[in-house]
Design a protein around this ligand. Structure first.
Ligand code: ATP
Length: 431
């Protein structure tokens, strides 16, 4: 994991937030390549959920909502984690932290950080919602929460969307947006953070059809994840046991990935019956809901972990760039940069031609120009960025207007007419 975190920083995927002031715990910023990668994942999700379907509408609800929403949803009372403190070293843990030995609050409990015995307090419930204030007076009456999930923005707009879009049940509402949780033990890079993005979809169905829709959505979501190029042996389902299910849930499955730190959830599919009351008539007005809830950041982490490889290289490449390489084997359509343009040397008309090709490609694709260092070193940098194609302008190019295109994964090189490059790359990048 450390290697991935340092690559992410070196290549401009993810930076620690406020690093120059010492960093802010478990908050991360996406750099030039990271923002492209995450955006590609979100756009793919949006396309498959909203654009390609007739039965799902998009929504972008505000982060700030009426505080009553969180009372009605049960978050004020119940969106909590059990927290324990170590009286010795002042560290805080979730009571169910697997590193704690013994029972917190009892003399046998041992602090996993300082090792003291009997210093852990009994668990107390800690609400994970961030509080803030609306208006100039910081008083309880003006208190608001930063949403801890995007789903509530969908529920409260259910009737608005239903009526304005003229949809009929079964139909869904999809949303991508920020959520905030004051996690007690965040960590593992962008896996568990205090500010993150969710991609959620609530599909409203008639009672009696919920099981069928639940199975359909489970299949759809696994297919979508597989199409990101994730190795299938690294994916599995986890069905929630009775003790894990929320009181309103009928059934729930997580899609788990085998991260370097173990199998963990990155998307949940839930079958639930909601008790939302119409404030005017006091009638339940929401039907059964199948929810698919994915984290954009966690999915980005899955994609990064799955793409990361260290490989030995042979032949000419080894001589030019060293015989080991780190490469992100990202699916080309997800890669932040689609191609990089390299003049072999900075003379003999090569930079001029390379710039022309770069300018031309830039109108169609996200491409990068690099003329620094040996060609082998430049290839290695783009391997680390996950760029699928390297375009080299060499001596022959200035004679016959052809270039070499190197494939990131096979290292094979094709000679392609410069005028045909857009067509060539567009074909390769489809999918
Ligand atoms: P966990 O048990 O890991 O905290 P959860 O079961 O509370 O997750 P949900 O409330 O179901 O998670 O949220 C749906 C998705 O949102 C998760 O699968 C995950 O991808 C993402 N998510 C939730 N909490 C975080 C977080 N703190 N940081 C990053 N992503 C998160």
């Amino acid at each position: 994991m450390d290697k991935l975190v340092s690559l992410a920083k070196r290549r401009g995927f993810v930076f620690q937030s406020s690093e120059i002031y010492g960093g802010l715990g478990s908050v991360w910023d996406y750099g030039p390549l990271g923002v492209e990668l995450k955006k590609n994942i979100k756009e793919r999700w949006w396309r498959s959920m909203v654009h390609e379907r007739q039965d799902i509408e998009g929504l972008d609800a505000a982060i700030l909502m009426h505080p009553k929403v969180w009372e009605a949803s049960g978050h004020v009372a119940g969106f909590t984690d059990p927290l324990v403190d170590c009286k010795q070293c002042k560290n805080r843990f979730r009571a169910d932290d697997p590193r704690i030995k013994g029972t917190p609050g009892q003399p046998d409990a041992q602090c996993p950080v300082c090792g003291s015995k009997g210093t852990l307090t009994a668990p107390r419930q800690f609400n994970l919602m961030f509080k803030t204030f609306m208006g100039p007076v910081e008083e309880q009456a003006a208190a608001l929460y930063l949403r801890p999930e995007t789903a509530q923005g969908i529920y409260v707009n259910y009737l608005n969307v239903l009526q304005s879009s003229r949809q009929k049940i079964p139909f869904g509402i999809a949303q991508i947006g920020k959520a905030f949780r004051n996690e007690i033990t965040p960590g593992n890079f962008i896996f568990r953070t205090r500010e993150f993005e969710q991609m959620e979809m609530q599909f409203f169905v008639k009672p009696g059809s919920e099981n069928e829709w639940f199975e359909r959505w489970r299949a759809e979501r696994m297919q979508w994840v597989a199409a990101l190029g994730i190795r299938s042996e690294k994916l599995r389902w986890h069905q929630h046991g009775k003790d894990e299910l929320a009181h309103y849930a009928k059934d729930a499955y997580d899609i788990e990935y085998e991260f370097p730190f173990g199998w963990q959830e990155f998307e949940g599919i839930h079958n639930r019956k909601l008790d939302y009351l119409d404030p005017k008539t006091n009638e339940r007005f929401l039907p059964y809901v199948v929810e698919t809830s994915a984290g954009a950041d966690r999915t980005t982490l899955v994609v990064l972990c799955d793409a990361y490889r260290e490989e030995e290289v042979g032949g000419e490449e080894a001589a030019e760039g060293g015989d080991m390489r780190v490469v992100l084997k990202l699916k080309p359509s997800l890669a932040p940069l689609k191609a990089a343009v390299f003049p072999l040397v900075n003379k003999e008309g090569m930079p001029e031609l390379a710039h022309r090709i770069h300018d031309d490609l830039r109108r169609h694709l996200k491409v990068f120009y690099d003329d620094g260092g040996s060609i082998g070193r430049r290839y290695r940098r783009q391997d680390e960025a996950g760029t699928p194609y390297g375009i080299t302008i060499d001596g022959q190019s200035t004679q016959d207007q052809t270039v070499t295109v190197r494939d990131r994964d096979t290292l094979k090189q094709d000679r392609v007419a410069a005028a045909k490059l857009v067509e060539y790359l567009t074909q390769k990048l489809a999918g």
